[in-house]
Design a protein around this ligand. Structure first.
Ligand SMILES: C[S@@+](CC[C@H](N)C(=O)[O-])C[C@H]1O[C@@H](n2cnc3c(N)ncnc32)[C@H](O)[C@@H]1O
Length: 208
């Protein structure tokens, strides 16, 4: 799943090129841009769980994919690169986008971004979305409620698949339990060993 790249301070994970914190372009951003302030300051382990799921359950080519709480956007970049997805990456914190766009550039993909809170994504924006993905976005109680309401809007709007991974934080289980009751969601234990060990849970909603 992972390999060291010949290029200095880079590696690949699930086929996506990742720049390390020592890479000169990351160091440049850290010096010249605002720092992300809602934990979107790196790639989190749950994004590896999400890419592992996607690799084993690839979306149809050309799907319109919304990545919620994208941070640096690794899973969305994976979708754009390998499944030709049209990806929109959403985050409340605009400071994450320079890091996302830097990685998009290095992976030769284009990602649209929306600086928006979960609470403010409306049904019209969800109308032509095929799949929603998210990793490690449910870490406060109020996020569980905001995400539940967003998933409810998404199911109503006809989004066909929703996948959320998490390192098993309590608010995520609140969200997952509600989604299993209301939207026939399924909860799976999910682990990966490479490129680093990550474990957690995966919530899958098939809204067909
Ligand atoms: C722990 S990071 C995870 C980032 C990325 N998904 C990953 O796995 O590497 C959580 C992300 O959710 C974003 N976020 C937190 N609350 C949000 C909200 N209410 N609406 C939209 N994004 C939010 C943060 O800015 C941050 O980028």
């Amino acid at each position: 799943m992972t390999e060291n790249s010949n290029e200095k301070n880079t590696r690949t994970a699930f086929g996506v090129k990742i720049l390390s914190s020592q890479h000169k372009e990351i160091r440049h951003l850290k010096r010249h841009e605002d720092a992300p302030s809602i934990h979107g300051n790196k790639f989190w382990g749950s994004s590896y769980l999400l890419m592992d799921f996607l690799q084993n359950n690839p979306p149809a080519e050309g799907y319109k994919v919304l990545e919620l709480g994208c941070g640096w956007g690794l899973a969305g970049i994976h979708c754009a690169k390998f499944y030709q997805s049209n990806v929109i990456a959403v985050d409340a914190d605009g400071a994450v986008f320079p890091y996302l766009q830097l990685h998009a550039k290095h992976n030769d993909v284009t990602i649209e971004t929306w600086e928006q809170r979960f609470e403010d994504i409306d049904p019209q924006q969800l109308a032509d979305i095929d799949m929603i993905i998210a990793s490690d976005v449910c870490f406060w109680d109020e996020l569980a409620e905001a995400l539940y309401q967003l998933i409810k809007r998404a199911c109503k709007a006809g989004v066909s698949r929703i996948v959320v991974t998490d390192p098993e934080r309590p608010p995520f289980f609140d969200l997952a339990n509600r989604c299993m009751d209301e939207f026939y969601g399924e909860l799976f234990q999910w682990d990966v060993d490479e490129p680093r060990r990550a474990s957690g849970c995966l919530l899958l909603i098939e809204n067909a």
